[in-house]
Structure formats: structure tokens, C-alpha cells
Design a protein around this ligand. Sequence first.
Ligand SMILES: [Zn+2]
Ligand SMILES: [Zn+2]
Ligand SMILES: [Zn+2]
Length: 142
Amino acid sequence: MIDSALQILRQNNLKVTKQRKDLLAYLNQYQDKYINVSAVDEHMHKLYPRMSHNTIYRNIRDFNHLGIVELQTKRNVLQVKYQCDFKHVHHHHFICTNCGKVQELSQCPMEQFQRQLPGCKINGHKFEIYGICAECYEKFKN
Ligand SMILES: [Zn+2]
Ligand SMILES: [Zn+2]
Ligand SMILES: [Zn+2]
């Protein structure tokens, strides 16, 4: 399950330690939902009482730079989820406001906007769609 992630670590000369493996295995459970980084920190701290908070956060940041996890800040709380799509690290999400489920969107809408900003150099963008997922919507109807 975490094979792609381990491969990326090796390609980037990051040691595949037992701690990193355990961290990845834990994050892997959150493939379609964000979890607070503080909860991950707490979990890792239980497994490795001597692992510092800094190390845990640094690992998560490193994973994010390598495209292994996705980060977001919600109401000033840093949240993390496992990468949805290792082949298309750049993608967008539909997020259910009821259950928090994250679904990957395969298209990026940027091209359209680029045309509206002639002569500008765009450095980045964020795009997310919110709503009620099909599963929750089905429940509401009944
Ligand atoms: Zn994603
Ligand atoms: Zn839902
Ligand atoms: Zn995009």
C-alpha cells in the first residue's frame, strides 16, 4: 500500500526508517479524508515517545514536498491526507461538507483563467469544490 511512497523516499535519498514507514502506514488510512496533523503527532508520539514533535512535523512537510501527502489549513488547523493520485500530484478536490470525504477532480480549471490575465505571471492557485457527496445526499433524501 505504501510502496509508491517508499520508492519516492529512496529516489530522493531519504532513508526508509521504521519510523517513516509507520508514519506512512498511519497516513495511508487517510486517503480520502483529512486528519489534523496534531492527531498524527499524537499517534507517532505514542509509538515513539522519544521522537520529537519537530521530527514528526518535518517528516510530514518532507512528504508534502515530495507529493506523498497533501496538506491544507482549515480554521488555522494544519491537516494532512495521503496523496490521492501519485501520477497526477497536481489535482483538485471535491470535499463533502457533511462527512469530509475528499474526491479527486481530474481537471485543472487554470487554463481558462490564464487567458483572462494576459501578461501576468501566475505563481500558484487553489481550487476546491464543496458540497454534499453522493452517499450523504442519498441519506438526506430518505
Ligand atoms: Zn488529492
Ligand atoms: Zn459525505
Ligand atoms: Zn490546478
